[in-house]
Design a binder for this molecule. Structure first.
Ligand code: SF4
Ligand code: SF4
Length: 404
């Protein structure tokens, strides 16, 4: 508890800065839906203040209020006083978790999700359960959460098994970079990992993919296990520093946000699309055409946490054959936010429904996005609404266009 209180003291001045202007409320996806001051961003600022001063005790009521946050950073980006509301929420969740620990949370985020081999076995069991139809039965009998459908069919083999520790540059070498393989990409979207590595290699990068990396740490930080998440992030950064790479590349917006905000050394952390567009500048002449109408969804951890919005759009617009259609509210959260959808399914679906309506408005055949959890959420929403629209990472499209 002491460590969290110390951190809360460090951010105490943030509480004083709130001028109650309400700007944060106007951009909060949760407040847009439920209009309650207690779940609005400034309500969370005061909740955290009361927690830190001891005016209220941590407990299930406080925990429920704090769980109503996507950590989307919309409020933090807009606040004229520079209050980082999402960080206060993370700290407050950590305080509550330390005082009133949840055994389920500890089992999942501290015991399983920190041990890649154990996590592998659990995902293997899930995959087997899907194959034998057990998950479907469990869901129908009400033993599994409503969000189980988001998982889709898990691919047969995680990307980790197919990727070597070093992938050579297949054109003249220009850089030696590290590739961080995030959990969701590894287990849910191995094709995204293959596309990223192949594109980097094709554009002149030797790609280092160490076997001993772990989760980036965000799921732990978001679920009350802040210290564990920070340790995981530090562990990953140390591994890549030792690998003597020039840059660390992530194709998951949440991983790049977490690792870039956790770094204290010299190693630069990049989102894969921005690295490719800024540093490698691919040539789009005479490439394969992708004849599709495409729109783009901004992941919060890319657009708000890292201010990256133009490079993915540039890439998509430069792909031959693409008809790019900007969607209204492209920067609005999709409501997934990792574990938020599991804990707050109904609210998550209300937010998702707005996003799906915006996608539908564009008439696009494909939505591109740079985050695997957004991909899961959007795919689920599109199928829930009976829309035949694909979801893909921009680098899958680039790999296709380059013939890789
Ligand atoms: S935008 Fe910032 S200053 Fe304004 S009410 Fe929200 S937290 Fe307070
Ligand atoms: S981080 Fe997002 S969901 Fe959480 S309070 Fe801020 S705007 Fe609302």
């Amino acid at each position: 508890m002491l460590s969290q209180l110390k951190q809360l003291e460090d951010v105490k001045d943030q509480f004083q800065k709130c001028v109650r202007c309400g700007l944060c409320r106007s951009v909060c996806p949760i407040f847009k839906e439920d209009r309650r001051e207690t779940t609005a961003p400034r309500g969370k600022v005061f909740l955290t203040q009361m927690l830190s001063s001891g005016e209220i005790e941590p407990g299930s009521k406080v925990s429920d209020k704090l769980s109503m946050c996507l950590l989307c950073e919309s409020c933090s980006s807009e606040c004229p006083s520079g209050i980082e509301v999402h960080k206060l929420v993370i700290l407050a969740r950590s305080m509550v978790s330390e005082k009133c620990p949840s055994l389920t949370n500890q089992l999942i985020f501290k015991k399983i999700w920190t041990k890649p081999q154990l996590l592998n076995r659990c995902v293997g069991l899930l995959r087997a359960g899907q194959s034998f139809g057990l998950l479907n039965i469990g869901y129908k009998m009400g033993f599994l959460p409503k969000s189980s459908g988001l998982l889709g069919q898990l691919p047969g083999r995680p990307a980790r098994y197919a990727l070597p520790e070093t992938f050579p540059a297949i054109t003249k070498q220009r850089a030696r970079v590290g590739y961080f393989l995030g959990c969701a990409t590894n287990y849910m979207f191995p094709e995204v990992a293959y596309s990223t590595v192949k594109v980097l290699s094709y554009l002149g990068c030797e790609v280092v993919i160490p076997k001993n990396t772990n989760c980036c740490g965000l799921p732990q930080m978001a679920n009350g296990e802040l210290a564990t998440g920070q340790q995981l992030a530090a562990h990953n950064l140390e591994i890549f520093s030792q690998a003597e790479v020039e840059a660390l590349i992530c194709d998951c917006a949440s991983c790049s946000a977490t690792l870039s905000h956790s770094r204290d050394g010299d190693l630069p952390v990049y989102d894969a699309v921005s690295y490719i567009m800024q540093q490698l500048q691919p040539d789009f002449e005479n490439r394969r055409k992708i004849n599709k109408a495409i729109t783009y969804h901004d992941p919060c951890h890319l657009a708000k946490a890292q201010k990256i919005t133009t490079q993915p759009r540039q890439l998509l617009q430069m792909l031959p054959g693409i008809e790019y259609r900007e969607m209204p509210g492209a920067g609005d959260c999709c409501g997934g936010a990792g574990t938020f959808v599991i804990k707050n399914f109904d609210m998550s679906m209300r937010i998702l429904d707005r996003k799906i309506a915006n996608i539908k408005d564009t008439g696009a055949e494909l939505v591109a996005t740079c985050c695997p959890t957004c991909t899961m959420q959007l795919s689920y929403g599109l199928s829930r609404h009976g829309l035949n629209v694909e979801v893909a990472h921009p680098l899958e499209l680039l790999a296709e266009s380059l013939g890789l």
